[in-house]
Design a binder for this molecule. Structure first.
Ligand SMILES: *[C@@H]1O[C@H](CO)[C@@H](O)[C@H](O)[C@H]1NC(C)=O
Ligand SMILES: *[C@@H]1O[C@H](CO)[C@@H](O)[C@H](O)[C@H]1NC(C)=O
Length: 249
């Protein structure tokens, strides 16, 4: 898997890394409680959490493409991939469901168009612990600059420990200028979420869903510099890809 690769000013936030531990928590987050973030999935390769994902259909999980593409630019074999859903604990509870197919966006090129849809082998059942989140498909559903957006994930925590519970944190939508300052290739396929120093996304947080007004507006893609740096974190603009994502159902 691509991970902890630093190029120009970018560092990737995927978990299956050569150099960093595969799991942990979002930096500076709070424990989620059961019944929150019921759309959140832990995406696993070889039975280990590598990334977050969001349940967007009875059989569809949305995640970041780089989570499921290896160093040779090959899509990981789907029989190695599964998700845990219906639990805030990445190690227990809920259900582990196998992935039967992985569809990476045709224009994905590390780290552009960082979108993939995982198709599950069986249909999920909605419950008080499991839900399907709606995609932000129109520009009107997008959060304005300065708005708070929530992200939850099992990525690395500042302690570097690998605790089990889903963590959530609040980010603020950054302006295009601030986003471009950290990430020169920013265009309408991405947007940035600002965080306090030593907070934000880290290893294992790629693929996490960013939620505003109960709709999915972003997919965690990468951090600029290092986890918790002064630069905002870069997210995939779900609205830009909504029709492609919906065509995978
Ligand atoms: C946005 O989030 C910050 C940090 O959690 C909080 O202090 C602030 O009150 C929030 N603003 C709104 C409008 O909810
Ligand atoms: C996200 O995509 C939508 C649809 O293409 C676009 O209207 C919007 O401006 C984009 N957002 C950003 C921050 O570029």
């Amino acid at each position: 898997m691509h991970s902890t690769v630093i190029f120009v000013l970018l560092a990737i936030v995927v978990g299956t890394s050569r150099a960093m531990p595969p799991s942990g928590r979002i930096l500076g987050g709070e424990d989620a409680v059961s019944g929150q973030f019921t759309f959140a999935a832990s995406v696993r390769v070889d039975h280990t959490h590598i990334c977050g994902g969001s349940i967007i259909g009875k059989q569809q999980i949305l995640t970041a493409a780089h989570c499921v593409v290896d160093d040779n630019n090959k899509v990981v074999s789907s029989d190695k991939v599964s998700v845990r859903v219906g639990s805030i604990n990445q190690f227990a509870g809920g259900k582990i469901v196998s992935v039967s197919a992985i569809t990476v966006h045709p224009s994905y090129e590390y780290i552009l168009n960082d979108v993939a849809v995982l198709t599950l082998q069986s249909e999920l059942e909605v419950s008080d612990k499991l839900s399907i989140i709606e995609l932000a498909s129109s520009a009107a559903q997008q959060p304005a600059v300065g708005t708070n957006v929530t992200v939850a994930g099992w990525g690395e925590q500042s302690s570097g420990a690998t605790p089990y519970k889903l963590q959530s944190t609040t980010f603020t939508v950054a302006s295009d200028a601030v986003c471009t300052n950290g990430y020169a290739n920013h265009d309408e396929t991405t947007f940035c979420l600002a965080h306090s120093l030593k907070q934000g996304s880290c290893t294992g947080d790629a693929g996490n869903g960013a939620v505003y007004n109960d709709v999915l507006v972003g997919i965690s893609s990468f951090v600029v510099g290092a986890c918790g740096s002064r630069y905002p974190d870069v997210f995939v603009n779900v609205t830009h890809f909504a029709s492609w994502i919906e065509s995978q159902f």
